[in-house]
Design a protein around this ligand. Sequence first.
Ligand code: TRP
Length: 336
Amino acid sequence: MDTPNNETKKTVLSFVQASGTPTLGNYLGAFKNWHDMAAENDCIFGVADLHAITVRSEPKDLRRRSVEMYAMLLALGLDPEKNIVFLQSHVAEHSQLAWVLNCYTQFGEASRMTQFKDKSQRHADNVNVGLFTYPILMAADILLYGADQVPVGDDQKQHLELARDVAERFNGLYGEVFRIPQPYIGKKGAKILSLQEPEKKMSKSDPNQKAFISLTDPTDVMVKKIKSAVTDSEAVVRYSPDKPGVSNLMTIYSCCTGKDFAAIEAEFAGRGYGDFKAAVAEAVAEELRPLRDEYEHILADKAYIEKCAAEGAQKAAYLARKTLRKVMKKVGFYQI
Ligand code: TRP
């Protein structure tokens, strides 16, 4: 029987794409809260390597980035003993359920996905069908595990909505097969903007390297990027919509030190941006140092990574198989 604790715990599921090292923005916006989230829920986290091949990359790069992202998930504090942390391609049921769900998704509704429209413009030379069915694979990721809650950024909300629609349609035809997932509303992270164009979100795919801080940037690189962040000519540390660069640095400083904006304004009253930026750089370096140390430590231990990934895949496959079996039966595949 379930312990009282298990009855109240929710299954929280998310996958991250291995398309490059996450940024300080990803960290302060989401990852920093994962520790609490993992303590309060049953978490299933995956590296979305199947999704990654919708964009062409060198096989060795895909392999390296997948392992790096896996190590990053562990370094961020997802305990592989208590949670399920795995690589999507290690569990064949994702592709299998995605095929079934393809047949329960309308061409029209998939065509409405704004990310598909964006991406097919950006990768006009490779508008493959995988890019189109990407959200359906994502629906399979979610529905295989009966996830209650899915932490998603704004860009993935529409995909979660599609997963819910497809699940409801399927349940309407065959009975309660899938749990209907909800967006996860956790402690809200901060929205961190580009260091060079503080009107845009900080993004790891920004062509300007100075616009973002990668979680694995060496300290001196990180410090240089913060020192060259765009500010304004007023030379006053004040939080204001017409000072987006300074306000962004204040948000970063606040997240790393716990100080509120009023305290930060007081701390730097009468001092210039040089002092302020030096303090921000130091706070960021302090904040990220333990994470980077842990990440490097894990990444150097390939045997540990393999052991965790194998166990994660095994635990995931057990759950995924149960759901897929139910689905196959409902649809009418001949069972042997
Ligand atoms: N598409 C998501 C992204 O790019 C990654 C993803 C794949 C995902 N499968 C998922 C997120 C399932 C949440 C749940 O961020």
